[in-house]
Design a protein around this ligand. Structure first.
Ligand code: GUN
Ligand code: ZN
Length: 451
């Protein structure tokens, strides 16, 4: 079992000097290009190396070549494990970490008996501070270096998440969750309050170190037109922000939306009416999407957060992945903590692969495609692909070092094959938090486990 170390301050580095080069030698996988478009875009190196300098990728390739490029660099031999780019979670809820593990409930049952009571507790800021630390530790301990996260309905609690992420050194995009109807009264706020609280949070946290801000109406059933107008105002005032919310998660939700917004042709139209759908929008779920909506999502270059564990756990259905591919709608993976089954983005990748095998239009997903979905696709969805998502030289050195403990099935597989494809398949299938040995953001160690 891995023993997690305590939260580490973000300034801690392994490299002794900021500008010295460090080489990590290990089997290494990354997807600098889209592996759906070209399977050759998977880079899989059995004897690979990553050279890191001042937190950036200086070189990535076969060990012999990288070593020749930097003959004086310190080398760390990590060949008892493997290196992947830091995992990217495009959809999770910070207040829900303590309700993970609810199985067998429908969405309305889960919302009413698990999510809303738990979220109401975050009115207590001291409590929120502890939950924020648990959430951020959950991300890091699963190898997630970047996440798009629903904050709380309370501004102070949302600030606690930003502070916890900043302290831990993770890349977190988050924001106040906006609702003014349909939820418990304590979770609803008047649009004017939502606007002023959001403005304050934006001022305090936008672009602070590794933090970014997102405008987050919870979902259409819990927001009035006035609240969606607030979202539009915030995005107009701050064009660099992301926008995220839920869409088309279940047939019952869609029926509710069409009733609440009688003029809307479909669910997407509710958000479109307020100019909320564009290249910086990430919409979660989209399981029950129409062809017309897919066409518009593609045209607007919006991205979908695909949350396969949550979709199955709540009984909401199987994501129509082939239809998204056909329509050229971008998608990446989300854990949907806490309706999902945990923080593991590799687990989401596995679940996506398994569910697509049995989908109405089955897709056989390769490990190259699943790795893309867990890393580079997430970076693209979050408009961060210039900075992270793969090991192209010049990008930030965000990585996860997976090292299974001796005696585990993953260790058995990895020590008995030199075939990179088999290794990657096994990592996606078997690597949980217990195999996460080290996580780095921009070269900084943000988490150490001890397999
Ligand atoms: N729709 C609105 N709120 C939520 C939530 O917290 N979880 C999920 N899965 N769907 C939602
Ligand atoms: Zn969600």
């Amino acid at each position: 079992m891995a023993t997690a170390t305590a939260t580490r301050p973000r300034t801690q580095k392994l490299a002794p000097f900021v500008d010295s080069v460090e080489i990590l030698r290990a089997p290494l996988f990354h997807t600098p290009g889209n592996t759906f478009e070209n399977p050759g875009n998977l880079i899989a190196l059995y004897d690979g190396a990553l050279a890191i300098q001042a937190g950036r990728v200086a070189a990535c390739g076969d060990y012999i070549a990288v070593r020749a490029q930097y003959p004086d660099a310190a080398v760390r031999d990590l060949r008892d494990g493997c290196i992947l780019p830091g995992l990217i979670d495009t959809h999770a809820h910070f207040p829900q970490v303590r309700i993970l593990g609810a199985l067998g409930l429908s969405f309305p049952e889960w919302l009413e008996t698990r999510a809303l009571p738990e979220e109401a507790r975050l009115a207590d800021t001291a409590h929120a501070r502890v939950v924020a630390r648990e959430f951020v530790q959950g991300l890091a301990s699963h190898g997630t270096t970047t996440a798009l996260v629903f904050g709380s309905h309370f501004a102070e609690a949302t600030a606690e998440l930003f502070n916890a992420a900043d302290h831990h050194g993770l890349r977190v995009t988050s924001g106040l969750v906006l609702s003014d109807r349909g939820l418990w009264p304590s979770l609803c706020h008047a649009p004017e309050i939502a606007l002023s609280d959001s403005r304050l949070l934006i001022e305090n946290f936008r672009d602070k170190a590794r933090l970014r801000y997102a405008v987050i109406p919870r979902f259409a059933p819990s927001t009035s037109e006035a609240m969606l107008e607030v979202c539009q105002t915030l995005l107009r005032e701050n064009p660099g922000l992301l926008f995220t919310t839920h869409i088309n998660e279940s047939p019952a939700e869609i029926a509710e939306v069409l009733q609440a917004f009688p003029g809307a042709a479909d669910y997407l139209a509710v958000y479109e009416k307020f100019d909320l759908v564009g290249p910086r929008s990430v919409l979660a779920h989209n399981v029950h999407v129409t062809d017309a909506e897919l066409a518009r999502l593609a045209e607007r270059q919006a991205a979908i957060a695909h949350c396969p564990c949550s979709n199955a756990a709540l009984g909401n259905g199987i994501f129509p992945l082939q239809r998204h591919l056909n329509a050229k709608v971008r998608f990446a993976l989300g854990s949907d903590v806490g309706a999902g089954t945990g923080f593991g983005i590799l687990r989401e990748a596995l679940q996506a692969g398994l569910m697509q095998r049995v989908a109405r239009e089955p897709v056989v997903l390769t490990s190259a495609q699943l790795l893309w979905m867990a890393t580079r696709a997430g970076a693209e969805a979050l408009s961060m692909a210039d900075e992270i998502g793969d090991f192209t030289p010049g990008k930030a050195a965000d990585l996860v070092y997976i090292k299974p403990a001796a005696g585990t099935p993953l260790h058995a597989v990895l020590t008995h094959t030199e075939d990179p494809e088999r290794m990657l398949n096994a990592v996606i299938t078997l690597a949980g938090a217990e195999s996460v040995c080290e996580v780095r953001v921009e070269g900084d160690v943000v988490y150490e486990g001890k397999p």
